[in-house]
Design a protein around this ligand. Structure first.
Ligand code: MYA
Length: 451
């Protein structure tokens, strides 16, 4: 854990989607940089973590399952084969895909989770609330709300059969889960239909029994049956083989609470009153014409965002229906604001963030929840990005968030230090399934945020 600056911020968030049970990389615990030269510390830490991960990669850990899958492998470069960017497997058709799911341990069966049913929503919510991503010290666990899950999983054109569950036959208890939703990605100039895979979760009592590979093969089968052959996913763990590696940064909004719950620690030379002062924000946003996004804005926001996303090596291609679904404000789920030019009525800027709290599962504190806002898609054209993001912090604070998290994706690196974000110490790795890229992609060239 980094000791240098005036605090640490335990990235409770299991924010780096750290797989607590499997591997090395820590959940984002990071230096709270605030006022004390976080930038230098940040780059130093980055270099150290990268070095450590590179060392791990060269040791070529064995991955019994992942080595059999159509994904980039560590050591691909060294083999000197003539590898090409694009699909890894030879083309197939849905007719070649097995009609039945693979074998589960006796007593368990496959299901599709119908997330229009309240009972199923509750079952998924319960499974994730008690078993999903935690930080390495098991202090915090992601706490997705039911409204959030409906938002993230019932996207335009979603398929119920891509919401895969495993149930205990006798009681019908849901014990494992993995999801895909359809999407379109542009990678190095090529457009690919993908499944965005998320929410892989196995009940704590069923861990380390090789059920995860079975779940992954089952979601692959169901995705392939619909003639989709590529997928994108993120994870805290290092698997064969990331296309990019991003870091979480954290901006304290309620430093007092963050210290009380052990998310952040004040440095030896800092006092609470100084820290409170350092993180103070204006009570109101500065950008003129800033207001909530409405349904009427959808076409203009789609155009603004699509133009912005076209600059990056990896980015989603979003239809108006998707922008409406993903960005139109939803209470306690997603917050979106636009700047409208009063004269031209053009939408010039976009701010968005989503609400993903973590449960405080350990620690002596009266608090039960860490309320975290996660930066989503932001576009600045009429004001500098740093000003727009300062407004994002102010809006998050007004909405009672304790911390604002952002990955170093897109142009985020240009405002993180100036706005007093502290670096987390976990990585979020980006992966493509059945699609090879020839070179690692810098996080600043990645414009995809998976919730
Ligand atoms: S990331 C969030 C992952 N979830 C959590 O961290 C929640 C808490 N943890 C758990 O529920 C379990 O520990 C999980 C593993 C389920 C993670 N991604 O069954 P096992 C490999 C991929 O004995 P368990 C998210 O949701 C591991 O390296 N693989 O392990 C994105 C080993 O393989 P290998 C993972 O601990 C998910 C094998 O599983 C992950 O009981 C993207 C061990 O299996 C991980 N996060 O369960 C999924 N963690 O021996 C891939 C461990 O080879 C999608 N493993 O190293 C691929 C695309 C599919 C669609 C394709 C369509 C074309």
């Amino acid at each position: 854990m980094p000791e240098e600056s005036d605090a640490r911020s335990a990235d409770a968030s299991p924010s780096a989607k750290n797989d607590a049970s499997t591997t090395s990389s820590s959940a984002p615990r990071g230096a709270e940089s605030a006022s004390e030269g976080a930038a230098d510390v940040g780059s130093l830490l980055d270099a150290l973590v990268r070095q450590r991960l590179d060392a791990t990669a060269t040791r070529l850990p064995t991955h019994e399952f992942w080595e059999t899958q159509p994904v980039g492998q560590f050591g691909d470069d060294a083999r000197g084969e003539a590898l090409k960017e694009g699909p890894i497997d030879a083309p197939k058709t849905p007719k070649e895909v097995p009609e039945e799911g693979g074998a589960l341990p006796p007593g368990y069966e496959w299901c599709s989770c119908d997330l229009t049913r309240e009972k199923t929503q509750e079952e998924v919510y319960e499974l994730l609330t008690n078993n999903y991503v935690e930080d390495d010290d098991a202090m915090f666990r992601f706490h997705y709300s039911q409204e959030f899950l409906k938002w993230a999983l019932r996207t335009p054109g979603y398929h119920e059969d891509w919401h895969v569950g495993v149930r205990l036959k006798v009681t019908q208890t849901l014990v494992a889960f993995i999801t895909g939703v359809p999407g379109k990605l542009r990678v190095n100039g090529k457009e690919i239909e993908v499944a965005e895979i998320n929410f892989l979760c196995i009940h704590k009592k069923l861990r380390s029994k090789r059920i995860a590979p079975t779940l992954i093969k089952e979601v692959t089968r169901r995705v392939n049956l619909r003639d989709v052959w590529q997928a994108v996913y993120t994870a805290g763990v290092v698997l064969p083989k990331p296309i990019s590696r991003a870091r979480y940064w954290h901006r304290s909004l309620d430093i007092r609470k963050l210290v009380e719950i052990g998310f952040t620690r004040l440095g030896r030379d800092n006092s609470m009153s100084r820290a409170v002062q350092a993180y103070k924000l204006s009570p109101k946003p500065k950008s003129e014409g800033l207001r909530h996004m409405t349904k009427n804005d959808v076409p203009k926001v789609t155009a603004l965002l699509s133009k912005y996303l076209s600059k990056f090596t990896v980015a989603p291609i979003l239809s108006e229906a998707e922008v409406e679904h993903l960005l139109l404000p939803r209470e306690d789920v997603v917050y979106s604001y636009v700047v409208e030019d009063e004269k031209t009525k053009k939408i010039t800027d976009l701010i968005s963030f989503y609400n993903l709290p973590s449960q405080i599962i350990h620690g002596n504190t009266k608090h039960k929840t860490l309320k975290a806002a996660y930066s989503y898609y932001n576009v600045a054209t009429s004001v500098p990005l740093v000003q727009l993001m300062e407004d994002a912090l102010i809006l998050a604070k007004c909405n009672d968030f304790d911390v604002f998290n952002a990955l170093d994706l897109m142009e985020n690196d240009t405002f993180l230090r100036e706005l007093k974000f502290g670096i987390g110490d976990g990585n979020l790795h980006y992966y493509l399934f059945n699609w090879r890229v020839m070179q690692d992609i810098e996080p600043s060239q990645v414009a995809l945020v998976l919730t």
